[in-house]
Design a protein around this ligand. Structure first.
Ligand code: HAM
Length: 416
């Protein structure tokens, strides 16, 4: 019995990491006023189709799309932004702007599995809706930065820092039209040398050629006209406010002019937090501004900006001690069968004091002590009929081996 290719079981150690990541991100997001909104794991296919872009990799080859028994075309969500936009429209939230949402959950893409890339993976994301001011872009960038700092992935010491912030602007619609024409004109001269994928992109989505991973394409792209030269003043000003603020706030970043992102809904700001510690799948957090998305879906003209990070990729970068088990464990060992229920009552009290309590139920005393050892118990609390009669327990410190009799009423105090 094998799991489906590209899916994996989240084992206890994975879940310890995921809980830490989610809790850290959620606590930080709350400090900026984000509220949690979780949308269904599947939507009508059209929610994703046009919004992410017919020529995007996701829509072109990665969606899990199927007809349900009622003949509706449904798709397992490949990302969270389109679902949040759909929810904004169907829940009629336009009266309450601005709105800031946080989400967490599984996403599904039919990609070639490798380290850090799965067909079912998990994202934490934030979406800030209703502000066309660069302040919103800066705020979500600061939030992403704060989370990765708290998870010790970003460090002010360059030798410990595992991540860099890359940002770019792809300009407003007008600037992009101008650039598209300039770029296509340049690329036409090299058309025969482009990779097969990029030949198709040249017709459908030429800007994607800029972030092609193909070595031949990269050489051609190196000589391409720069997007910055096609930006109108409004786009330059918008981006300038963001980079200036990041510099003032001492958030280190690099401008990557070839960063365009793979989804169609973006405009103006795009960014990726990347790591060289993860091999080929180096992008851990990514996002940008999407001012036309909600309108394109039939809703009001509401701008937005946000990001998502892959929990699996973040988990790979955590320091092991951050996800080590930290709970305190005690074992209640019942010396005689007749004391068993009494011991269970005792275990309840000890749990009330915050201990994880294990009560080995089978085997002789030797076996029970072995179990206590295996679960990492600090203490064994041993109860037989004589202890029951005296309302006391034998308390053994499993680290030092020291054992003493303690009145039951004094037990919690003795567990220091
Ligand atoms: P994305 O770049 O497609 O953006 O994905 C965001 C992050 O999800 C990636 O940087 C990566 O860490 C993780 N990720 C993506 N695909 C996989 C995979 N197959 N396996 C493991 N991790 C993966 C979005 O999804 C946008 N919705 C982000 C956004 C939010 N933009 C604005 N708001």
């Amino acid at each position: 019995m094998q799991p489906v290719r590209g899916t994996r079981d989240l084992l206890p150690e994975d879940n310890r990491a995921f809980r830490l990541i989610d809790a850290t991100a959620w606590n930080a997001a709350q400090l900026y006023g984000f509220e949690e909104l979780n949308t269904p794991m599947f939507e009508f296919t059209h929610v994703f189709q046009k919004t992410l872009g017919e020529t995007s990799d996701i829509v072109g080859k990665e969606m899990y799309t199927f007809l349900d028994r009622g003949n509706e075309s449904l798709t397992l969500r490949p990302e969270g932004t389109a679902g949040i936009a759909r929810s904004f429209i169907s829940e009629g939230m336009a009266q309450n702007l601005p709105l800031k949402f946080y989400y967490v959950g599984p996403m599904f893409r039919y990609e070639r599995p490798q380290k850090g890339r799965y067909r079912q993976f998990h994202q934490v994301g934030v979406e800030s809706l209703g502000s066309d001011n660069p302040q919103a872009d800066i705020e979500v960038l600061l939030l992403g930065h704060r989370i990765l700092e708290q998870l010790k992935i970003i460090d002010s010491d360059p030798s410990k820092n595992k991540c860099q912030v890359e940002i770019n602007t792809i300009g407003d619609i007008e600037s992009r039209k101008v650039y598209r024409n300039t770029l296509v004109e340049y690329l036409r001269d090299y058309e025969s040398q482009l990779s097969a994928d990029s030949k198709i992109r040249l017709e459908k989505n030429p800007m994607r050629i800029l972030d092609s991973k193909d070595d031949g394409d990269k050489k051609i792209v190196a000589g391409a006209p720069r997007m910055a030269a096609s930006l109108n003043q409004a786009s330059v000003d918008f981006f300038g406010q963001i980079t200036e603020a990041l510099a003032t706030l001492k958030i280190p970043f690099v401008r990557n002019e070839n960063l365009v992102r793979g989804l169609d809904y973006y405009c103006h700001t795009v960014f990726e937090f990347t790591s060289t510690h993860l091999g080929a799948q180096g992008t851990i957090l990514a996002g940008g501004r999407y001012d036309g998305l909600i309108e394109m879906m039939g809703g009001p003209k509401v701008p937005g900006v946000g990001w998502a990070f892959g929990m699996e990729r973040i988990a790979l970068l955590l320091q092991p001690e951050m996800t080590a088990k930290t709970k305190r464990v005690a074992a209640v060992i019942c010396a005689e069968e007749s004391a068993f229920v009494y011991c269970m009552g005792l275990a309840e009290k000890i749990r009330g004091a915050g201990f994880t309590v294990e009560q080995p139920s089978s085997g002789n005393m030797g076996k029970k002590f072995k179990r206590a050892d295996k679960v990492g118990a600090e203490y064994a609390i041993i109860v037989g009929s004589s202890e029951m009669a005296k309302k006391s327990v034998s308390l053994k410190n499993l680290k030092t081996g020291e054992q003493k009799e303690v009145l039951e009423a004094e037990l919690l105090k003795a567990l220091v």
